[in-house]
Design a protein around this ligand. Structure first.
Ligand code: PLP
Length: 213
C-alpha cells in the first residue's frame, strides 16, 4: 500500500473546504505515522480502547475523532483528549459526554448522528428528531454541537446513496448556524457523491490504508 500516494490523490481530488478524516481503525501505528508525515493530523477511530492506546503512543498534535458507536460507560476514557465525537445518537449519551467533559474542564465538540440509511442496523436520530436534539444539546454547557453525521446504505445503487446524502443535507440546512457548520458524510466508496451533495467532512479509511481484514 502506498499510503503517501493514496493520501495525496485523495487530497487533490477533494475541495480545500472539505476536511479529510483519515480513518485509521485496525491500522498499525507505523501506517498512521506515514500519513502523519504527509501532514495529516486528523485521524478517526471507532473503538475506545484502540483510540486511547493510539492517543498514548502517537504524536500529541494529532486530532483524534471518535467515529463509531460510543457506549455511555466508555465516554470517560476519551473525554480528556478526543477532539470530535461523530456518532452522538441519544440524549443519554449527550448527557454523559457533557458530564465527563465538565470533569475534564473541557467543552467537547460533537456531531449528532442522523439515521439516513434504509438499513435498520445504522444508529442515529431520525430526521424528525434532529431539531429537538439540537435544542436539548444547547442546554448542556460542556458540549458544543458543531454539525451532523450520517452514513448511507451500503449498496451499489448510486441514486439511493445520493438521495440519502441529499436528505441529510436538507436537514443540515435547517439547523446550520455559526456553530453548526460541519456535515460529516462520505467514506471510501462514496465520498465523491457525498461532497457533491454538500459534505464538509469525509471519513476515509481503506482508500488511504488499503483493505481491512
Ligand atoms: C470504518 C468507517 C469509515 C471508513 O470506512 P472506509 O470504507 O474504510 O473508508 C467511515 N466512517 C465510519 C463511521 C466507519 O466506521
Amino acid at each position: 500500500m502506498d499510503i503517501k500516494a493514496n493520501l495525496n490523490t485523495i487530497l487533490k481530488s477533494i475541495p480545500k473546504e472539505v476536511t479529510l478524516v483519515a480513518v485509521s481503525k485496525t491500522r498499525q501505528n507505523s501506517a498512521i505515522i506515514e500519513a502523519y508525515q504527509q501532514g495529516q493530523r486528523i485521524f478517526g477511530e471507532n473503538k475506545v480502547q484502540e483510540l486511547v492506546q493510539k492517543f498514548e503512543e502517537l504524536p500529541k498534535d494529532i486530532n483524534w475523532h471518535m467515529i463509531g458507536h460510543l457506549q455511555t460507560n466508555k465516554v470517560k476514557f476519551i473525554a480528556p483528549f478526543v477532539s470530535l465525537i461523530h456518532g452522538v445518537d441519544s440524549i443519554k449519551l449527550l448527557k454523559e459526554i457533557n458530564k465527563r467533559a465538565k470533569q475534564n474542564n473541557r467543552v467537547i465538540d460533537c456531531l449528532l448522528q442522523v439515521h439516513i440509511a434504509t438499513e435498520s442496523t445504522k444508529f442515529g436520530f431520525d430526521i424528525s428528531e434532529v431539531n429537538e436534539a439540537v435544542n436539548t444539546a444547547n442546554e448542556y454547557q460542556n458540549i458544543r454541537i458543531v454539525g451532523l453525521m450520517g452514513m448511507a446504505t451500503f449498496t451499489d445503487n448510486k441514486q439511493q446513496v445520493i438521495q440519502e446524502f441529499s436528505s441529510l443535507k436538507t436537514v443540515f440546512d435547517t439547523v446550520k448556524n455559526e456553530h453548526i457548520t460541519t456535515l460529516s458524510m462520505g467514506m471510501s466508496g462514496d465520498y465523491q457523491l457525498a461532497i457533491e451533495q454538500g459534505s464538509s467532512m469525509v471519513r476515509v479509511g481503506s482508500a488511504i490504508f488499503g483493505h481491512r481484514n
